[in-house]
Design a protein around this ligand. Sequence first.
Ligand code: KIV
Ligand code: ZN
Length: 533
Amino acid sequence: MSAQTESVDEANRVEIFDTTLRDGEQSPGISLNTQEKVEIATQLARLGVDVIEAGFPITSPGDFEAVTAISQNVQGPVICGLARTQKADIEAAWGAIKDSARPRIHTFISTSDIHIEHQLQTDREDVKGQAKAAVAHARELCEDVEFSPMDATRADVEFTAEVCAIAIAEGAGVINIPDTVGYTTPDEYTAFLGRLYELVPGLADVRLSVHCHDDLGMAVANSFAGVLAGARQVECAINGIGERAGNCSLEEIVMLLRTRRVDHGLDTTVVTEELARTSRMVSRFTGYAVQPNKAIVGRNAFAHESGIHQDGVLKERTTFEIMDARDVGFESNQIVLGKHSGRHALQDALEQLGFVVEGNSLNQAFKRFKELADKKKQVTALDLEAIVSDEMREAAQGYDLAWFEVEAGTRREPVARVGITRPDGTEASGESGGDGPVDAVFGAIQAAVETECELNQYTVSAVGEGDDALGEVTVMLRAHGRLASGQGVSTDIIEASAQAYVRALANALEGAAIREAESIVDDAAAAPYPPGP
Ligand code: KIV
Ligand code: ZN
């Protein structure tokens, strides 16, 4: 039986604060456009998270636009915008989230001496003043305010308590205690939170939250310690993405709480059957592959290789499985379409997968589906997810792969020629040799776009199983000093590689252009966008 249907009382309900689109998006090379962010946020709402931290609106016009679009289009969860303590940050956050039915401003300032002295270059008194003013101002704009003392786990607990007490007195309803650098351990974190409860009586009347990074591989364990110590919000990200080694993995903490609920009584209201799909979507859009042995959502998380294990599972699943794969959304979707399936069947299948595709996008998706169904006997839910995501990228790109040809073999040097459609609609062509057909195509793309790139990462994986499976390629490259990723999907992996390369290059060029435009504004206004926390 899935524990999904059993309700959990409010006192034992742990809220899930998803920061995939904020802390997660700060991972190197991730370049999500607004449409992709809205798509991920919509899926997070289907997953049933309580809060979506949609971005850090002051950091760039692109971030501001994406947070605004999410606030206007995604219903259900609280939509949160991050802000430093500066007035301009708080106003930018409010400007971007104000259209949400449930807006929240999350403001933060460090309380560790190492940050106060070296990063902020100020003193404790000033930090107290900034926290007070920031929460007060945020509360003038928004009812729901969260405050974080950054780097709390390396800070003096007494001072952190003083700052938290100030934030609560000014009206913060959520106090989040970040392990910003992933340094703490479960025992130490438990003790830290316990001491805060003693020092700040008002903490019992607000929601305590935990935000743990994974530098020592302890993010989930520390977050779990946090909820056992009284926290009722966990900040986490799909696939554990985030700064450096990442954040607490959403799917892991959710399934830990669900699977061991009988022991501690705590649970979330996440629709766990949506976990696998959400993980695939985030991996696809970010270009961050999920390792096969990743807990909960890795391809092998429910695979049994040893004969003894296989034998046991066939006799009784629970002999070697502590969770049911269907509870996390594996093996649960039976959608199979074929070449005789019509537009309606496709639209219906896409709707079941959470994609609302109409008008021209439906025509385009149908065309793509028919092409695939001609090559593949059965088109599955996994294939549909892959092609719809691919169409979305296609629509958003400035550069496009118009055509390519490649000659290669073991008895000749490879040579590739490509045609690239530029953002202004004109076509550029390029030719190159290389170490193999894929390398030659990459060289030809660089020649066509007249840009040198350094390839950082190249991965190919199959969507589903079988000889006719779609190939999905992720490319991460650096161009004009900017690291960016791109993905491509096709039954032909050279075509998928070429698409992925063009998209990564387009993302890098766009990122570099935005950075240049921002630095012009910065120079003029002397108001730099801050680096992420
Ligand atoms: O890691 C951190 O401290 C953060 C804060 C902004 C909560 O991301
Ligand atoms: Zn963080």
